[in-house]
Ligand binder design. Structure first.
Ligand SMILES: C[S@@+](CC[C@H](N)C(=O)[O-])C[C@H]1O[C@@H](n2cnc3c(N)ncnc32)[C@H](O)[C@@H]1O
Ligand SMILES: [Zn+2]
Length: 323
């Protein structure tokens, strides 16, 4: 277990927005809950503790996380089941577990500190490692180094601009491609971090490392984190029984925007661009939104866990009939 904990100080942080999430999901009511992003199993553990009638299926695409949580939650016996897979396939995972009615779905998006702190996974610009960044380390997706070695320059620039919201994306992409044309492609985290720092320069008053945005962008691209998020949310809502709950925690504005728009659309509000004559966004009244504004962590939580700072929780309740 010590190796799994990597460079961490001992016990993992308290799960992000734990009490707020439980408040939305109400696991004390019993029934089946699907934790789509099992990670350390912190949220799952709290849901299982809420009632002896509560069962949890935990999905994660990272086998190390699954192994960790399986051990942590073994005391719950058959009430807990861990599944390796992508939450995009939630409907299949629920069906394969022989279940039909779902009381709640949780998605705590992004990376766990288990992944961030494990130097060899290549997510961190502070530790030298191959530029991997795959959440499913044995999966067949391409690594970040593969993307930088093969994608056209404009595509690299687009990824860094869109997913990293980095203004100097073109310059960074140029430098990356220049190096690979010289036969020296960027393959390691520190190489990339230093190159980006030089390409971007120091911005006055900026507190984050200059490579933060580029690393975020590559990670999103490698793991296809935004593709299918909206379809996943809609599938999850369709799986919920009446009064079932959905809670989603996101960590950056692109994710939060998709969650916000999808929930609005499924609460019956048309999200079509202005002046479209006929609604084609698929708006329907399947849910009631429980969070008019997203819920953010309080100061005591962010003091204890600075990574919680950007977390935003949105939740919804399934309605009895749809129109
Ligand atoms: C922020 S952590 C979850 C932490 C967890 N709530 C806890 O209390 O420990 C996110 C986890 O979701 C997993 N993950 C991210 N995207 C996924 C996807 N599309 N399918 C399955 N798992 C995913 C990651 O591998 C990571 O372990
Ligand atoms: Zn519409």
């Amino acid at each position: 277990m010590a190796t799994l904990m990597g460079g961490m100080s001992g016990v993992p942080h308290r799960p992000v927005l734990l009490l707020e999430t439980l408040d939305c999901l109400q696991p004390e009511r019993g029934g089946l809950y699907v934790d789509c992003t099992l990670g350390f199993g912190g949220h799952s553990e709290a849901m299982l503790e809420a009632s002896p009638e509560t069962r949890v299926i935990g999905i994660d695409r990272d086998r190390t996380a699954l192994e960790w949580s399986r051990r942590r939650l073994s005391r719950f016996g058959e009430r807990f089941r861990a599944v390796h897979g992508n939450f995009r396939d939630i409907a299949r995972h629920v069906e394969e577990a022989g279940e039909t009615a779902v009381s709640g779905v949780l998605a705590d998006l992004g990376l766990s500190s288990l992944q961030l702190d494990a130097a060899e996974r290549g997510f961190s610009f502070r530790q030298d490692a191959p530029l991997d960044m795959r959440m499913d380390a044995e999966g067949d997706e391409e690594t970040a180094a593969d993307l930088l070695a093969t994608l056209p320059e404009e595509e690299i620039a687009r990824i860094i601009f869109e997913y990293g919201e980095e203004r100097r994306s073109r310059r960074i992409a140029r430098w990356i491609v220049e190096r690979r044309e010289r036969g020296e492609p960027v393959t390691r985290t520190l190489e990339l971090a230093e190159m980006v720092a030089r390409a971007v320069g120091h911005r006055k008053g900026e507190r984050i490392h200059p490579a933060t945005r580029t690393f975020q962008a590559l990670r999103i691209a490698v793991n296809r984190e935004l593709e299918g998020l909206s379809v996943f949310l809609e599938t999850a809502i369709d799986l919920l029984q009446e009064d079932g709950r959905l809670a989603v925690i996101s960590f950056h504005s692109l994710e939060d925007r998709i969650v916000k728009q999808t929930l609005r659309r499924l609460s019956g509000r048309c999200e079509c661009p202005p002046r479209v004559p006929v609604c084609s966004c698929g708006a329907r009244k399947a849910i009631e939104i429980l969070t008019r504004r997203p819920i953010s962590p309080g100061e005591s939580e962010t003091d204890e866990n600075p990574r919680a700072r950007s977390a935003k929780l949105r939740a919804a309740r399934k309605l009895s009939f749809q129109s």
